[in-house]
Design a binder for this molecule. Structure first.
Ligand code: PEP
Ligand code: MN
Length: 362
């Protein structure tokens, strides 16, 4: 897996940075869909999501309207110009969605955890020689290799416009967030496939609308390429994921309030500060070298006078007085304690080495 094109850069939308995909968790009826879509399009959203087939934990819940909703989605595209995205879990879903005019497909977290289901989709794509933009959500469990395995199955089927969506990982029992972000996992994915588009899904990570903004900001700060966010014109009546959906107005406001950090900003001040850090580190190293030289002289003295290397009373006195001083000047006593212990351990090591080398020289 080498040449992966960013999924959204070419024919779906222009080079939006960051990329936003927004829309309801599930497609419910034409009126709700169009109302939500018009409000989102007015706010500048260019890719519209809507789940037609909903994987639910237990039977009996709202499982999506399926193919019935495809003409409503197409109407969204006609009236707003937005591109359309939906979840597919089987070749039948994919075929229907393709015929219905869907532009972009994502593989849900429960499907990407299932290699048989992913392979069936990949085989279908390969047999039709399809060139589609596909996003693979992380599997529900914390397994980077399984996530990469699903991406590889699509890659081997010929898909090059491949992207990933980070939606967090399941945990048992009640937690503040619905799914644990485990940011190190998508970051490792980015390290392995630097050109792949990776989006984050703060709606499904947080599970509550108030978490969308802080989690979205965190993802942008970490360099994700964009966000997929659930939005419904009347969230309290939504048939799925009611608590995490934002109204289009709330969503647009959050997007306006996000802080965007650009790598191309003027970095003059940052460079000045880094120079200052370099000078501090040089002084620190200089002082450490001086301190170690004094320690070795003390070691010589102890050896000549047959004194032990470690004198606990002196060690405790040093630690206490320095930690007290550190606290007075606003440093963390715990952190300073750790640094001093490390320095002390190195002094002791050097003095012992000196004693031993003196012994062998005699
Ligand atoms: C969804 O995007 O609506 C969805 C079902 O997400 P996930 O597969 O991440 O649970
Ligand atoms: Mn949802």
């Amino acid at each position: 897996m080498e040449e992966i094109k960013p999924v959204l850069s070419a024919d779906i939308i222009a080079e939006d940075n960051p990329i936003y995909i927004a829309g309801p968790c599930s497609v419910e009826n034409e009126e709700i869909l169009l109302t939500t879509a018009h409000q989102l399009a007015k706010g500048g959203i260019r890719v519209f999501r809507g789940g037609l087939w909903k994987p639910r934990t237990k039977p009996g819940g709202f499982e999506g309207v399926g193919e019935t909703g495809l003409p409503w989605m197409l109407e969204v595209k006609k009236e707003t110009g937005m591109s359309l995205a939906t979840e597919v879990a089987t070749p039948a879903h994919l075929e229907a969605a393709l015929d219905g005019g869907i532009d972009l497909f994502w593989i849900g977290a429960r499907t990407s955890a299932n290699p048989f289901a992913v392979q069936e989709l990949a085989d279908f794509i390969a047999s039709r020689n399809l060139d589609l933009p596909i996003f693979v959500k992380n599997p529900v469990n914390q397994d980077l290799e399984l996530w990469i395995g699903a991406l590889e199955r699509f890659y081997n089927a010929g898909i090059r416009r491949l992207g990933a969506i980070h939606r967090g990982f399941s945990v048992y029992g009640p937690h503040l967030l619905r799914n644990m972000p485990e940011w190190h996992i998508p970051i490792e994915l980015r390290r392995r496939f630097p050109t792949m588009t990776i989006l984050s899904d703060p709606s499904h990570i947080g599970g509550k609308r108030e978490f969308v903004k802080p989690l979205g900001q965190q993802a942008l700060d970490m360099g994700f390429d964009g966000l997929i966010i659930e939005s419904h014109c009347n969230p309290s009546d939504a048939l799925s994921d009611r608590e995490q959906q934002l109204t289009p107005a709330e969503l647009i406001q959050i997007i306006e309030e996000f802080v965007y950090r650009s790598a191309n900003q003027d970095t003059k001040r940052l460079e000045e500060l880094r120079d200052e850090i370099d000078r501090c580190d040089n002084e620190l190293l200089d002082i450490l070298a001086r301190r170690m030289a004094v320690c070795r002289e003390i070691g010589e003295y102890k050896k000549e006078h047959n004194m032990p290397v470690v004198q606990i009373g002196r060690h405790d006195e040093i630690m206490q007085s320095r930690i007290g001083m550190a606290e007075k000047i606003g440093l963390s006593p715990k952190a300073v304690g750790k640094i001093l212990s490390t320095i002390h351990a190195e002094s002791v090591r050097q003095q012992i080495e000196l004693m031993n080398s003196s012994k062998t020289m005699k």
